[in-house]
Design a protein around this ligand. Structure first.
Ligand code: ADP
Length: 454
């Protein structure tokens, strides 16, 4: 059988570029890696069939430069582009330009990206699809006065969020009226700086929710499925650190209910390819739509481990016009945990780029490492700090925790600081072990650590 595409250009770097390359190789699809001058020695470049240097280290002159990416695709004759996550993965304009050049975008249509990319508009779309959303503004707020009236209406605490938001930026939690105006202004300024769009909206703030997201997939024949959930409540500064599947909080009934809501929304927008619908689950079992990510996620491997599916392969198949062959409601098989290994100081959370003097990755049963790192590789200071993801799979949650602790112990990195020691402490924390985690987990965790006798 002929390969699905003539050649796929991977418009990304790091571990996700390598992950996409692995899927392409198994499907017999030739690959093109693009890289900045800082990433010449990266593994995705080493393993790709062809590679093109697209510019200097700064992302806006390389990985974010649409004209250079298009030029790279045209020079190499690539007929499809996989954007990975981050960079241009949720950039509707890039998807449109590719379509104009007759290059297939491996992702949803530009219209859907745009529609779900504006978070306040996505809330309205979810509401129209019959998916619960938290009480809050129906569109972007126009003034601090409007914000105040809305906040009084829904009741404090409230959270201000950037409509164009992502990565936890432009978000402010407001507990009292007197702080609203200044918080509104700082959130809007931060959003303008980060996303070039200062629009802000507001919703009720839940004090102890869980972040639970559903993996969805749609094909070009209108079929939409979900492939279960990921529990992502272990976060610092609203950024995920460790994810697992299944969520310890979901009963089969709640999984069915939330999964059906996710599918309803994806069907409503005629979703095609891989997407994630993020929910907050409140203590009383109510759940609310938070946002949709129209791309593959960092944490997709935990879903792969408990479903036995290859999500990146599925993305390629769907983009090539093949139908989905799986149904919603797969029972999760065993338990999977992912730890994000960042080049960071584990307590200060400051970046720690540099050379990996030792880089020994663990193996053995049920252990997977997604990384572009190797001994003597230099982690450049210009990009996000993820150097790898350690993923385990075991029969149940306690065994997955034990396996992760073993794998973390056997993961030896020297030369830079990493989040490995932090993960070891999290996995031994009694609250984490109990499974009773909310998005406030890390705050409580740091508190418990500081009270521990040395
Ligand atoms: P971003 O797109 O910047 O990642 P999200 O809207 O996905 O922002 O929210 C990130 C995190 O912020 C959530 O996982 C959750 O921990 C917290 N959060 C967001 N909205 C609320 C809310 N209404 N109540 C409580 N926590 C929230």
């Amino acid at each position: 059988m002929a390969p699905l595409f003539k050649k796929v250009l991977i418009a990304n770097r790091g571990e996700i570029a390598l992950r996409i390359l692995q899927a392409c190789r198994e499907l017999g699809i030739p690959t093109v890696a693009v890289h900045s001058t800082a990433d010449r020695e990266s593994l995705h470049v080493v393993y790709a069939d062809e590679d093109v240097c697209i510019g200097p280290p700064a992302s806006n002159e390389s990985y974010l430069d649409i004209s250079r990416l298009i030029a790279a695709a045209e020079i190499t004759g690539a007929d499809a582009v996989h954007p990975g996550y981050g960079f241009l993965a949720e950039n509707a304009h890039f998807a449109e330009v590719l379509a104009e050049c007759n290059i297939k975008w491996i992702g949803p249509s530009p219209d859907v990206i745009r529609r779900m990319g504006d978070k306040s508009q996505a809330r309205e779309t979810a509401r129209a699809a019959g998916v619960p959303v938290l009480p809050g503004s129906q569109e972007a707020l126009k003034s601090p006065d409007e914000a105040l009236a809305m906040a009084r209406d829904v009741g404090f605490p409230v959270i201000l969020k950037a409509s164009a938001g992502g990565g936890g930026r432009g978000m402010r939690i407001v507990h009292a009226e007197e702080n609203l105006e200044s918080m509104y202004r700082t959130a809007s300024e931060e959003a303008l700086k980060a996303f070039g769009d200062g629009s802000v909206y507001l919703e009720k703030y839940l004090t102890a929710p869980r972040h639970i997201e559903f993996q969805v997939f749609g094909d070009s024949f209108g079929k939409v499925i979900h492939i279960g959930e990921r529990e992502c409540s272990v976060q610092r500064r609203h950024q995920k650190l460790l994810e697992e599947s299944p969520s310890p909080a979901l009963t089969p009934e709640l999984r069915r209910e939330m999964g059906a809501a996710a599918v309803r929304l994806a069907e409503y927008v005629n979703y095609e390819n891989a997407g994630t619908i993020e929910f907050l689950l409140d203590e009383d079992g109510s759940f609310y739509f938070m946002e949709m990510n129209t791309r593959i996620q960092v944490e997709h491997p935990v879903t792969e481990m408990v479903s036995g599916l290859d999500l990146v392969r599925m993305q390629l198949e769907i983009a090539a016009g093949q139908p989905l062959t799986v149904e919603s409601g797969l029972e999760p098989r065993g338990h999977s945990i992912e730890c994000r290994i960042n080049a960071e100081h584990p307590e200060k959370f400051t970046p720690s780029p540099g050379m990996l003097k030792t880089f020994h990755v663990p193996g053995g049963p049920g252990v997977r490492v997604d990384t572009h790192g190797y001994e003597d590789y230099v982690v450049p200071p210009y990009y996000d700090s993820l150097v790898g993801k350690l993923i385990v799979h075991a029969a149940n949650r306690p065994e997955a925790i034990a396996r992760m602790l073993r794998a973390l112990e056997f993961f030896v990195v020297e030369g830079i600081h990493t989040t490995i020691p932090l993960h070891q402490k999290i996995l031994r924390d009694p609250v984490f072990v109990s499974g009773n985690i909310t998005t406030g987990f890390m705050t409580g965790f740091f508190q418990r650590q500081s009270e521990k006798p040395e």
